[in-house]
Design a protein around this ligand. Sequence first.
Ligand SMILES: [Zn+2]
Length: 153
Amino acid sequence: MSESDTKQGMIAQIAAAYASRPDVSADDIIALVGRLTQALDPEAEAAALLNETSPTPATAATAPAIPVEQAITQDKVYCLCCGKGFKMLKRHLGSEHGLTEAEYRAMFNLPEDMPLVAPSYSKRKADYAKQAGFGKYARQAPDRGAASRQKAD
Ligand SMILES: [Zn+2]
């Protein structure tokens, strides 16, 4: 991807500048590149943190970042790719991982009925839709005749 190419280019440039100093050892450079890689890629850092606390390290590409059974809480669904929590995953999957919901399900063998929206969020949306619906029917459309009919009521 072009974004990571840019990051790698930046790291290479910084490392090269650092390496030109006479007081720098090869180990210093390796340590610097490691720190830069993490600093420039917060997702990798987050994954590394998760791996430290997780008993099963995510080695395979399709191994979930967190256990599937912990991926859904009342308020958030967690991305199995990177372990971040969201109210809804769809947009994140598309923008961060270039995945559709179907591809994401296939990647982690998720059942068709596994929600990718936080339960509390989808409930709030349903409540909102209900309220909006009630509001619409209660108000009626303010077209010709509606005003006088409302007065009569
Ligand atoms: Zn993600």
